[in-house]
Design a protein around this ligand. Sequence first.
Ligand code: NAP
Length: 322
Amino acid sequence: MFAVFAEHVDEHDPLSGLRVGARPTPETPLGWTRVRVEAASLNHHDIWSLRGAGLPPDRLPMILGCDAAGYDEDGEPVVVHAVIADPDTVGDETFDPNRTLLSEFHHGTFAEEVVVPRRNVLRRPPSLSATDAACLPTSWLTAYRMLFTRSHLRAGDTVLVQGAGGGVATALTALARAGGFRVWVTSRNEQRGQRALELGAHEVFESGARLPRRVDAVMDTVGKATWSHSVRSLRPGGTLVTTGVTSGDDLSNAELTRIFFLQLSVVGSTMGTRAELRALIDLLDVTGVRPVIDSILPMTAAPTGFRRMVDGQVFGKIVFTL
Ligand SMILES: NC(=O)c1ccc[n+]([C@@H]2O[C@H](COP(=O)([O-])OP(=O)(O)OC[C@H]3O[C@@H](n4cnc5c(N)ncnc54)[C@H](OP(=O)(O)O)[C@@H]3O)[C@@H](O)[C@H]2O)c1
């Protein structure tokens, strides 16, 4: 079948191992099922995979992609939940220490078909297009859990989103606005900041700028480049939710003194549960909020989308269609 896959990994030149071509269709183990992929979206995770993070050479070649919308074996429209947990896990599957994401251990969604555990397939309502639904399982689900499960924010609180244009950042901005929060966003780029305002941010600031007042919570996917600013932007008792380190994780100053003195909470967050993905789908169905799509490309042109993400030009999600 047609697929987009990592043939080799290279920490410094991630796109050198990216291939578009034919791969064998994966076997379907007992309790698993096939989904015919209609649309799949690109995540920074796919770039990390090509750099070798979470993808050792003995698992190559590996079909990339975490997110997909398509049709199940009965021809019903579905969305795929990308977290593959132990089937015996009870409760929150993101706490399963052995969980993996599609494309880490099992082949991913950038292909004509993806094989997943039956429980990872959720019905897609008619109101959600395949391209919109394909944006949800990683970026949007991560943003949903950061805001509504891990931050302890309440409607009316002020939240700062670090970075404007990313898949997670645009989801945070749109969902925070829908959730009734005051939304402040930082960006390195004036144009992307302007687009965050159009998306629902109340105010936009240059990356690292001093804010008019401190906020109740900060959502940080950037890591090293924004960490100090995130900590310094919080009110006493505020919460920093961290979920990514796009700019690196080797902090020169972890701001420990400020964290204990102001009694701040630093909370990690990763992906989300099936129940949270269901709730996110329902939220979109009810509110009419939809993912911001940077570009839609045929999957055969996937390398163009990967290049755009590596170059940091993206505003929203890049979606591949079949
Ligand atoms: N833990 C999890 O479960 C999970 C899930 C999803 C994503 N993530 C991680 O979250 C990160 C973002 O993912 P994504 O898919 O949204 O990636 P993306 O679409 O490539 O977005 C990158 C974002 O980072 C910002 N940024 C990058 N470098 C920056 C810098 N030096 N200073 C300030 N801002 C910077 C950009 O802001 P501008 O628009 O201002 O340029 C943009 O918002 C990745 O590291 C990813 O691995 C983790």
